[in-house]
Design a binder for this molecule. Structure first.
Ligand SMILES: [Zn+2]
Length: 53
């Protein structure tokens, strides 16, 4: 599996940021994910490329 560096809209979370489980499923077409373990829903947003300011 290849992960494009700048594919902001296709970023895939491997772990739930809240409980750490891997049981995630897409919730919406615009970057929403839902954790089936803790029932939390969240979105990923691309916020930069690591430029130090
Ligand atoms: Zn979770």
């Amino acid at each position: 599996m290849t992960i494009p560096t700048f594919a902001a809209e296709r970023a895939v979370p491997f772990y739930c940021p809240y409980c750490g489980e891997e049981d995630l499923e897409p919730e919406a077409a615009d970057g929403g994910w839902r954790c089936r373990s803790c029932i939390r829903a969240f979105r990923l947003r691309f916020s930069g490329t690591g430029v130090i300011r």
